[in-house]
Design a protein around this ligand. Sequence first.
Ligand code: ME8
Length: 643
Amino acid sequence: MKEKYYITTAIAYTSRKPHIGNTYEIVLTDAIARYKRQRGYDVFFLTGTDEHGQKIGEAAQEAGITPQEYVDGVAGEIRNIWDLMDASYDHFIRTTDDSHVKSVQKIFNKLYEQGDIYKSEYEGWYCVPCESFFTETQLVDGCCPDCGREVKKTKEEAYFFKMSKYQDKLMQYIEENPDFIQPESRKREMVNNFIKPGLQDLCVSRTSFDWGIPVTFDDGHVIYVWIDALSNYITALGYAPDEQGELYKKYWPADVHVIGKDILRFHTIYWPIMLMALGEPLPKQIFGHPWLLSGADKISKSRGNAIYADDLVQLFGVDAVRYYLLCEMPYAQDGTISYENIISRFNADLANTLGNLVNRTVAMMQKYFGGVLQAPVQGEFDDELKACALETVKICADKMDGFKTADALAEIMNLARRSNKYIDETMPWALAKDESQKERLGGVLYNLIESIRFIGVLLAPFMPKTSKSIFNQIGATECDWDSLSEFGKTAVGSSVGTAEPLFARLDEKKMLESIEKSMPAPKKEEKKAEKKEEKLPEISIEDFAKLELKVGLVLESKRVEGADKLLVSKIKIGDEVRQIVSGIAKFYPPEEFVGKKVIVITNLKPVKLRGVLSEGMILAAADDKNLSVLALDQDMPDGTLVR
Ligand code: ME8
């Protein structure tokens, strides 16, 4: 019977379309899953989407649709991208799946009933406009990290998980299983920074939003995302505390959870403890991969440097994108992505080294032997080529067993380079001119076809389409891993196919120019996309009537200390004078602002901005570069209603 191998990715948030960094993870996991299948394992590869939480609820509200409609849309988009990338997952779980929801509720209830979850109060810093809790360390200058407004220390009733109870048991597991956390450097970080200083109990429910799985026995509480999200790895296999499905019995524990370094803590601390509390076995390994950066920055929508897989696939093809992602990311350090790098890798590795090797060899086979493979005859340089091919198999296996995909790919490219060198050394075109060398020419081409077959098999987990195309072109029938035990498995007398370019060289200059034209600076593209997403729901005239707008006269204005964008102004509105803080300092020096008539929202709840009270809002038209305060067409007295 085949040995089982259960591998998972993190489940992606359905708050937005996934960028190329998120896509890296599915491609990495797919390469490992395909490699394991190739090695004869019975693989179960799970991926999916994480669909609950306040942010997603808010995004739906902004889009004017229900949260379910919103997550249906984004989950569909994520799945399309995973499919576009040729991810060979066996199951795609969504945390809104009915079966998942029911199992998570049962898990929560069991943990509560056995006393591992208890009710208490959650104390944190609350930002009223954002409706969000933050910990002390999340605050920026003591204010809300999202909107910069003042936050209040608040208490909320919530359920907590007794992490501390399992701390020693977790430490023991990590010590007894030295390979549990990969890479090694991350293990030290988890142990020294989080476990040793002592685990805090984890807040596992919320009452401040409702887009989540309800706690069955306490109305108003929803299960806060990590118990919901992490459980996907077992609920997808049909696990619930009272029934354990066939898949669960077969595949659990997971052989590896592949996740990004930012969520390592949840997977190496909270998840094992949850499983200990449930009395279930722990995953064998957690691999926290590094991040893909754009220049020196994290890829993120708000930074405006997001690159998307579908755009790249359109430009370069799916296998070239897979190749780039897998070879550009070292095992433990962050990698970078840029159009220039993709093009130069494409040309150097895929077009020049690999494409040329296959193309030249198949074309020579056709030209000199009508495509029919001749018997190998031993000659100079052969042993070196064969040794390199056989050695590459061993090294690749070793690298892939340690998830070092970039190193494995480098070895495969090295074999392709060695094969090109073999062409230069043996000079088939010179042999072809000498009839007495015909046998040797046949032997040289046999060795090249065999070496290309090795490359085709080794590349299959990384570039499945290219691998197939290589097999077609060389007419390979021995395409599985075991066929690499011997150099010389290809049958003499078999025929190769027709030569077709695998990767046509790209004109870097032209390509960059056209990218520039078709996709203006990513920043602009992003901003547009964000604006589109912010489309607000239709409102009624009654909704509009809730706003009180009045004409105001600016009496005084000065900059807010320590905030270069903010002006604090005294505005006369009829009989009263209000203090209003506005983000207009870059466009209106305070002295020029005094004396202007402006439009003010006067019934907005007062807030403190950077600690300064603001009792209203001045209306302005603004885009990325410009801002203009709304003015009256004709003069009107301050205090006049705006309707
Ligand atoms: O974290 N480079 O979802 P997510 C490489 N829902 N990987 C990156 C990356 C980058 N630039 N940016 C993000 C979540 N990732 C949770 C997971 S699992 C039970 C719940 C990785 O959509 C990130 O580290 O924010 C994570 O592993 C995955 O993409 C999904 O991120």
